[in-house]
Each structure stands twice: as structure tokens, then as C-alpha cells.
Design a protein around this ligand. Structure first.
Ligand SMILES: Nc1ncnc2c1ncn2[C@@H]1O[C@H](COP(=O)(O)OP(=O)(O)OP(=O)(O)O)[C@@H](O)[C@H]1O
Ligand SMILES: [Mg+2]
Length: 469
């Protein structure tokens, strides 16, 4: 038994004897001679269980129980009562008492009741921790360690707990929706709804009806009154996806809602207060949309209170293996395939593709590979052809004129790959699908021929660092 037991009884002799019982069990106790005193002591965080007499002048056991449930819902209450008041005790249990014991008290049943109350408390606490861990796991499915990703996450974590509108800017597939959910989950509104609306997916009038709601008879077809998503998101978060696609008329209405904090259903006259935290996302350059007159400037400033740019996958290449492994685990489990990972040759293929579709494209490539894979590791041929043959990424392409000798092609490809891997010969070898020792051998041979060629013509002074072996 770990926490402190608060014993409450107006009968001094009983109070002392109960305290002594627990002390003998090695449990620390606090004593209160009446309900009023107990109300003070119950605030102490070490108090885990209250053992209280039911009938007391002033604040009685039942009131104390109610106060305890309100102030310290984690505290369990055990009632002590005489036979005559068993019915009251039953009522008290309905109010949330953990147990009751009848007087005259038996040492054994007293200890047992408190012990069980503490066990229950431990279970509840454990359950709560596990739930928190699960929730954290859910949010942690955002994977990344690169500096670009960390900077982005830091900003997101800072903005999330506030009520400020967050504008997420990122290329398609960078994780805008996931980021929006993350903001919601990290905000005090986590228990409220998260409602998403894709402004690009709905025609203008339908979008307005969806957002603001419709009064019955507002237009032909509006046969019933319909709540808008603003109303449904009240107390939670509304995610406006592809906000850059909103029509001018919807923009005006949205601006008004943001200014007034209330919506008016289409065809309605009544205004409805809404308490909504807004997260908006776009893959457009909204500032440019403003400059070119397609997006209202005043709305833009309302939306970009906190502007968060999500890095593209090429800006966070270091995260590719991490993300790929993450998706591999997910889809291997989903398809019941016991895959070990990516082969030495497959990973560099992923690392060097340009990923125009960002994380979503990577996810699909890995899912497909998992499904197609026959061995226990994913090989390059399991990856989509576009990825295998795709661009190596900016600044990493070489143009080789037709008719270039193979030896020269090989030399250029090796050097360009080495430039790309910043001199890492092992990585370069993996990317090229050859053994590392082949690269070392070829480079050494090159050095030799370089050394040999000029020496044949004119004897140069020995260059330091250029070894003979
Ligand atoms: N950091 C991350 N870690 C793991 N998975 C991620 C991460 N970011 C995004 N994803 C996954 O990538 C996929 C695309 O993400 P999401 O739908 O949020 O992108 P988006 O920017 O909204 O894309 P679009 O512009 O196409 O709507 C989703 O399956 C999402 O779970
Ligand atoms: Mg999206």
C-alpha cells in the first residue's frame, strides 16, 4: 500500500484505533476529527483513500464523499457505518463510494477494503497511462528526424495548444492533413470534434451549404434544415483543406464568420454562435494568389496567424529511410508479410528519387513493394519503375553524349554518384548496385593511370598524399 489514508471520525477513540491499524500495516495516515477538517486535508496530493465515518455532525460522510468525488476524482472513499445505517451506506455507494464496512470494525475487513481500493486505483492509473501512451503513439506516427522536419514540428507544437488559426502550406502529399490532426490532438480541444472540409472537392454552392448549413426551403432541394460543418465543429477544430480553391463568395462568408464568431445558415436569418478553432491548408502560394487578386487579402491575414510551411520530401531526404521503414512495417503487418526491410540496393533507389508526390507517393511505392515482394526483403525490382528510373534529384543528373565509351560512362557515373554521396564510397557502391570494393578498385586504377600517364611523358615531382599503394 503506497498512498496515505485519510481517516475521518468524530469519535476520537475510533479515529485513533483506525489510524493505529493502518500504521501497523506500514501505511501512512492522516487523521481528521470532522468533515470540515477532512475537506482541507483531502486536497493533499498524497491522499489516496479516505476512510470516513458516515454519521458526523456538520459535514457528514455523504457530503464528504460528494466533495471528494468533485475535488479529487482519483481518491477512493470507504465508509464506516453502524448496522442501523446500512441503507444510507448503499445510497452512498451509488454516489461513488468504493466500499463500506460496518461497525464494530473488524481489523481484517478494514485493511482488506482499503487494500482493494488502492489496487483499483493502481489499475485506473495504469489504464490512464496506457491510454496516454496509445494516444501518443497515434500522434507519433508522424515520422522524421531531419533538421527541416524538426523545425517544422517545433513550430507546430508551439502553435497547437493556442487557439490561433494555423495555415499549413505544403506541396501535395507532404502531410498537411496529418499535421492538422496533430494540431487538434495537441490542443485543449482534443475531446471536441475534428471536422475536415475539402474546399477543392465541392462545387461552390455545395461548399457554402456544407460549411454554413442550410435552412429548410432555402433553395430547391433544401428539403430539411441542415447543420453546417462550422456548427458541427463547435468546441473542436475545423480543417479547411485546399483553402486556396475557395470561391470569392465563399471567401466573403468565411471572413464574416471569422470576424463575428457566428454563422448564418443559407436562407436563414438567425445567427448561431460557434466556437471553432480553424486550421487551413493549401498547396498554393497564397501570397501570390492575393497579389493576383484570386484570394482576399483580409482573409489571408485572418488565416495565416501562424503560418507553417511543411518541408517537401526532397528537403528532408534524410527522413526517407525512416519513413520507408515506417510504411514497410505498417503494410507488412496489414498484409501479414514477415518482411525484414529493404535490401542494400533498394534503399538508395528510394533515397535518390525526386518524389514529386512527397510522402504520399513514398507510402504508395512502399505499399506496392510490400504486396509484390516475394522474398523477405524489398529489392529494387519491387519498386515502381518510375522510382527506379526516375530522376536522381536536383543537381545529380549527368548528360552523356551518344558514343561515349563505356569506360568513360562508368567513370563519370561513379564520380557523379560520389559527388552526390559527398565522397561516401560505400553508399555510392550501394546506389550503383556494385560491391564497394569494385569502386575502390576502379578509383585506384584511375589514380594509377593518372600517375602513370604523365610520368611516361615528363617526370613530375612526386605529389604528396598520392600514395603508391
Ligand atoms: N511525418 C509523417 N510521418 C508518417 N507519415 C506521414 C507523415 N506525413 C504524412 N504522412 C502520411 O502521408 C500521407 C499523405 O499525408 P496527407 O494526406 O496528410 O498529405 P497532404 O499534404 O494533405 O496531401 P494532399 O495535398 O495530397 O492532400 C498520409 O498517408 C499520411 O499519413
Ligand atoms: Mg490533404
Amino acid at each position: 500500500m503506497s498512498s496515505t489514508v485519510l481517516v475521518v471520525d468524530d469519535d476520537r477513540a475510533n479515529l485513533e484505533s483506525v489510524c493505529r491499524i493502518f500504521q501497523k500495516e506500514g501505511v501512512s495516515t492522516l487523521a481528521a476529527a470532522n468533515g470540515q477538517e477532512a475537506l482541507e486535508l483531502i486536497r493533499r496530493p498524497d491522499v489516496g483513500v479516505v476512510v470516513t465515518d458516515l454519521m458526523m455532525p456538520g459535514v457528514d460522510g455523504q457530503e464528504l464523499l460528494k466533495a471528494a468525488r468533485a475535488m479529487r476524482p482519483d481518491v477512493e472513499v470507504v465508509l464506516m457505518t453502524a448496522y442501523a445505517t446500512v441503507e444510507t451506506a448503499v445510497a452512498a455507494m451509488r454516489d461513488g463510494a468504493y466500499d463500506f464496512i460496518t461497525k464494530p470494525l473488524k481489523r481484517h475487513s478494514l485493511v482488506k477494503a482499503v487494500q482493494k481500493a488502492m489496487e483499483k486505483q493502481a489499475l485506473v492509473a495504469e489504464n490512464r497511462d496506457l491510454k496516454a501512451q496509445l494516444a501518443a503513439l497515434g500522434t507519433r506516427t508522424m515520422v522524421g528526424q531531419s533538421p527541416a522536419y524538426r523545425a517544422f514540428m517545433e513550430l507546430l507544437q508551439q502553435a497547437a495548444p493556442s487557439t490561433a488559426t494555423v495555415l499549413l502550406m505544403g506541396e501535395s502529399g507532404t502531410g498537411k492533413e496529418l499535421a492538422a490532426r496533430f494540431v487538434h490532438e495537441l490542443s485543449p480541444r482534443v475531446k471536441g470534434p475534428f471536422i475536415a472540409v475539402n474546399c477543392a472537392a465541392l462545387p461552390e454552392t455545395i461548399l457554402e451549404a456544407e460549411l454554413f448549413g442550410v435552412e429548410k426551403g432555402a433553395f430547391t432541394g433544401a428539403v430539411a434544415r441542415k447543420e453546417g460543418r462550422f456548427e458541427r465543429a463547435s468546441g473542436g477544430t475545423l480543417f479547411l483543406d485546399e483553402v486556396g480553391e475557395m470561391s470569392p463568395s465563399a471567401q466573403v462568408k468565411l471572413l464574416r464568420v471569422l470576424q463575428e464568431g457566428e454563422v448564418e445558415r443559407l436562407g436563414g436569418t438567425q445567427t448561431i454562435k460557434v466556437d471553432v478553432r480553424l486550421v487551413a491548408a493549401t498547396n498554393k502560394d497564397l501570397q501570390r494568389e492575393v497579389q493576383e487578386g484570386r484570394f482576399r487579402e483580409d482573409l489571408y491575414y485572418r488565416l495565416n496567424v501562424v503560418e507553417v510551411r511543411i518541408p517537401s520530401l526532397t528537403e528532408r531526404r534524410e527522413d526517407i529511410p525512416l519513413l520507408a521503414e515506417h510504411f514497410l512495417r505498417r503494410y507488412a503487418a496489414k498484409n501479414s508479410k514477415p518482411l525484414r526491410g529493404f535490401s542494400e540496393a533498394a534503399l538508395p533507389v528510394l533515397e535518390n528519387y525526386a518524389w514529386p508526390g512527397n510522402i504520399r507517393e513514398l507510402e504508395h511505392a512502399v505499399e506496392r513493394a510490400v504486396v509484390l515482394c516475394r522474398g523477405d526483403v524489398i529489392e529494387p525490382h519491387d519498386l515502381p519503375e518510375s522510382v527506379r528510373k526516375g530522376p536522381m534529384g536536383s543537381g545529380s543528373q549527368i548528360i552523356i553524349p551518344v558514343g561515349t565509351p563505356m569506360e568513360e560512362i562508368e567513370r563519370r557515373v561513379i564520380h557523379e554518384t560520389l559527388r552526390h554521396t559527398k565522397g561516401d564510397k560505400n553508399l555510392a557502391a550501394r546506389m550503383l548496385g556494385i560491391a564497394a570494393r569494385t569502386i575502390y578498385r576502379k578509383l585506384a586504377a584511375e589514380e594509377e593511370s593518372k600517375d602513370a600517364a604523365p610520368r611516361a611523358e615528363l617526370p613530375l615531382p612526386a605529389t604528396p598524399g598520392r600514395g603508391s599503394g
